[in-house]
Design a protein around this ligand. Structure first.
Ligand code: NAD
Length: 316
């Protein structure tokens, strides 16, 4: 049985690829390397099939789907600011790209597609923690594209007979996350700043809170979503069910790294919600998901990984 991971050279995709290999599966990656990196897959070369291609191209998708039974769809332009600067690029990669993939997956007889969704679909809808019954209210073209992805997923399950499950990721962090991306990429950025004894820069007051979720939990959720007999066509929150403010994050990292940084504030970012926390009851009920690595432990593992990487590459 062969697995395709779109966006497999990216942060989350490259962790999924490793988890699938560990389980003894054959894995193929489709990635255009726009934000993904060869180094994320470097030590796996020869063990996986990598197709440099784009989900906007039917021809690339057809090559990638040959002999594939299961698809993890991670490829996306994953940036709120980029989507505000250029909504068209986000729309074609995320929405058209997903429609292309689902259309071809159905044609190629793929059994299931697990789609990377996003907590950003909740936007400014009232209600915390976020529960899936809340009305989505996207605040950026990116968030709207993630909502379109999951609704196409639902339509393909209900109308076209292709199984899909969408996982609405909350802020995911861990090794190999690109410090230049946003999301929880504040973590590698803060680690670097703290180790360099630079100031850390926060958009807004720092009181905004997030359900920071360690990567291993997301990998677990994806594997469960690929096997579940319940929740087909549904969108399911994946987080830890707790939230920490950016200021608390800085405190924890200072403790872990033994350095207290100066904190500087910039204006808040457009489209950035004040709080975000997942209700994970649906994931528990439908998928049997439960987070295995909580915030502090995940932070320690991530901080140590980046510390080692920054020292090794002289990036300090
Ligand atoms: P990432 O940027 O590291 O990974 C995305 C990958 O997709 C990259 O390897 C990139 O090169 C590839 N890609 C982009 N456009 C493509 C295209 N048109 N064709 C083929 N490949 C393309 O980001 P990530 O954090 O690993 O995100 C993975 C998925 O999870 C995305 O769908 C993102 O929207 C979603 N997500 C991530 C988070 C998070 O906290 N990291 C939160 C919510 C949702």
């Amino acid at each position: 049985m062969r697995y395709l991971v779109t966006g497999g050279a990216g942060f989350i995709g490259s962790h999924l690829v490793r988890a699938l290999l560990e389980k003894g599966h054959e894995v193929r990656v489709l990635d255009n390397f726009s934000t993904g990196k060869e180094e994320n897959l470097a030590e796996l070369s020869g063990r996986i099939d990598v197709i440099r291609g784009d989900v906007r191209s039917f021809a690339d998708i057809e090559r990638a789907l040959e002999g594939v039974t299961f698809v993890f769809h991670q490829a996306a332009v994953g940036s709120v600011p980029r989507s505000i600067a250029d909504p068209f690029d986000t729309q074609t990669a995320n929405v058209n790209g997903t429609l292309n993939l689902l259309w071809k997956a159905k044609e190629f007889g793929v059994q299931r597609v697990v789609i990377a969704g996003s907590s950003s679909v909740y936007g400014d809808t009232p209600g915390m923690p976020r529960v899936e019954t809340l009305l989505p209210s996207p605040l950026s073209p990116y968030a709207l594209s993630k909502l379109s992805q999951e609704l196409f997923g639902k339509i393909f399950s209900k109308t076209f007979g292709l199984e899909t499950v969408t996982l609405r990721y909350f802020n995911i962090f861990g090794p190999r996350q690109d410090p230049r991306s946003e999301y929880a990429a504040v973590i590698p950025r803060f680690v670097r700043a703290i180790l360099k004894k630079d100031a850390v820069t926060i958009n807004g007051t720092g009181e905004q809170s997030r359900d920071f979720t360690f990567i291993d939990n997301v990998v677990q959720a994806n594997l469960l979503a690929m096997e579940t007999t319940r929740g087909i066509g549904e969108a399911v929150n994946i987080g830890c069910g707790s939230s920490f403010s950016i200021l608390e994050l800085v405190d924890h990292l200072s403790e872990i790294l033994g350095v207290r940084p100066e904190v500087r504030h910039l204006p808040p970012r457009a489209g950035d919600p004040m709080a975000s926390q997942a209700d994970i009851s649906k994931a528990r009920d439908l998928l049997g998901y439960s987070p295995k690595v909580y915030f502090r432990e995940g932070l320690e593992r991530t901080a140590r990984w980046f510390e080692e990487k920054f020292r090794r590459t002289g990036d300090l």
